[in-house]
Ligand binder design. Structure first.
Ligand code: HEM
Length: 475
């Protein structure tokens, strides 16, 4: 191991920073592009300083898998960020550090999700298709006038996560539902990777106003989930689990007291999982769907091919089914390419080391902040020639009749290892069903005289810039 020293957090090379800010000013408005470009000079593993945090940046498939799979425990931690302490009153699973408490919490969350969405039995599928049809109908109502699909998509996807968590789809004008959608937008804007309060803890004295606003968002979310939890408790029947709230109530009752005591996991922790799944399962799907429409209007010929494929299998009226995915290779390849090209989580969630370790021959100290550069994986020219070009064919075999699984494994939209996204199956199912219904029933095109910009706004997730489309009904 090179340069092992008790005083330095990491012995890997990296760009020189300035006092207090470290390398923050060098990151620019697109940190994922800047950090990917540093790979050429410093290699797959290098270090930067994010304000007061020494940070290891992992680049490319090999280094990322080496750290997160081969040395899974060493790299499975989360940093002790100031804002993380407040999310779900510090009882969050996704934002809490690695250890026995996190393990038990994660197992419970995974089981609750699996009860409602798994590969064999998907009670939520019907609700997704109904919501996708409503979305298509609402978009078609624009009747030839330009429409920004953002709001309708957020309302539809938000409603699915509500159906999953609370067992009911809301009317669009329900005040609880509108509050939830608004909260989600504000939350995502605040928790962007590189939030100054986290990166430079002394900043918290200067940003009291915005931090108070952040706490207000969290409080409203708490209130809403608590209300739903009370309603569920009043009607709970262990023989009939209706949704994730019920599944979590069951978990709080069934998890042995000794396990809870030994790990410090309380019933309150378990119930905060609701907030977490709403937060995680909303923005991710909605922005990926927005990206897919943007790619389809800027690649019109491909949109026609995808529509024909879906139309050949289902006609205009039949209902798409998640189990049919293998019969729709162009559709699946388009969804894969949408996820690869947009790469909505360029740095996953921030990781942290859980012990002194080493990677790529470099020493890394316990509790060092780690950025997993997923953008560098999905835009690696070694595996994806011309990575900036949107080309679903890269995921297909030569005759375009099958998805080439080995290619699909070369990028990691859901992360990998211990912190891998627990919502992956649900996400794949939602993306597939929304996408097929939309492109089965609607034709999307560019507004005359407008050139859509295929570029992202930087935040915790990368979202497309707002854009308008023309939507017409397919006959
Ligand atoms: C297109 C959709 C989605 C994408 C691309 C995505 C991607 C990711 C990524 C990259 C991570 C971080 C992995 C890491 O830190 O190494 C993550 C974590 C997580 N995701 Fe997803 N996700 C999606 C949808 C969902 C859905 C639908 C849910 C649940 C309803 C969900 C729940 C979570 C949770 C709870 C975590 C934290 C896991 C932990 O720290 O143990 N995600 N996701």
């Amino acid at each position: 191991v090179k340069g092992r020293s008790k005083n330095s957090s990491c012995s890997a090379p990296g760009p020189t920073g300035v006092p207090i800010l470290g390398n923050l000013l060098q990151l620019g408005r697109k940190p994922h592009l800047t950090l990917t470009s540093f790979r050429q000079k410093y290699g797959d593993v290098y270090q930067i300083t994010m304000g007061s945090y020494p940070t290891v940046v992992l680049n490319g498939l090999r280094a990322v898998k080496h750290a997160l799979v081969k040395q899974a425990e060493d790299f499975a931690g989360r940093p002790d960020f100031y804002s993380f302490r407040y999310i779900a009153n510090g009882k969050s699973m996704g934002f809490s550090d690695y250890g026995a408490k996190w393990k038990l919490h994660r197992k419970i969350a995974q089981n609750a999700l699996a009860l409602c969405a798994n590969r064999k039995y998907n009670p939520i599928e019907e609700a997704i298709v109904a919501e996708a049809r409503l979305l298509a109908l609402n978009l078609q109502k624009s009747d030839g006038a330009p429409v920004d699909p953002h709001n309708e998509i957020y309302l539809s996807v938000g409603n699915i996560i509500c159906a999953l968590c609370f067992g009911e789809r809301y009317r669009r004008d329900d005040p609880d539902f509108q509050q939830l959608v608004k909260n989600n937008d504000e939350f995502m804007a605040f928790v962007g990777a590189g939030n100054p309060v986290d990166i430079m803890p002394w900043m918290r004295h200067f940003t009291k106003r915005s931090f108070r606003q952040f706490l207000r968002i969290l409080e409203t979310m708490d209130g809403l989930c608590l209300k739903k939890q009370r309603e569920h408790l009043a009607t709970y029947d262990s023989a009939r689990v209706r949704d994730i709230t019920d599944a979590l109530i069951m978990a709080t009752e069934e998890t042995p007291k000794d396990d809870k005591k030994a790990t410090g996991l309380t019933d309150e922790h378990i119930m905060t999982t609701l907030q977490e799944l709403i937060g995680a399962g909303f923005d991710t799907i909605a922005s990926t769907l927005q990206w897919s429409i943007l790619y389809m209007i800027t690649n019109r010929q491909w949109q026609e091919l995808v529509h024909s494929e879906i139309h050949n299998l289902y006609g205009v009226d039949s209902t798409p089914n998640f189990h049919d995915m293998s019969e729709l290779p162009l559709t699946e390849a388009t969804i894969l390419e949408t996820m690869r090209h947009s790469c909505i989580f360029p740095f996953a969630l921030p990781h942290s080391t859980t012990s002194d370790t080493e990677i790529g021959g470099h020493f890394v100290k316990n509790k060092t902040l780690v950025f997993v550069n997923l953008w560098s994986v999905s835009h690696d020219p070694e595996y994806f020639p011309e990575p900036d070009v949107f080309n679903p064919k890269r995921f297909l075999n030569d005759t375009c009749t099958k998805v080439d699984r080995s290619k699909a494994e070369l990028f990691l939209p859901f992360g990998v290892g211990k912190r891998r996204c627990p919502g992956e199956i649900l996400a794949k199912m939602e993306l597939f069903l929304f996408f097929t219904v939309l492109f089965q029933t609607c034709k999307f095109s560019v507004v005359d005289g407008e050139t859509p910009i295929v570029d992202s706004k930087y935040g915790l997730t990368l979202k497309p810039m707002n854009f308008n489309v023309l939507v017409s009904k397919r006959q």
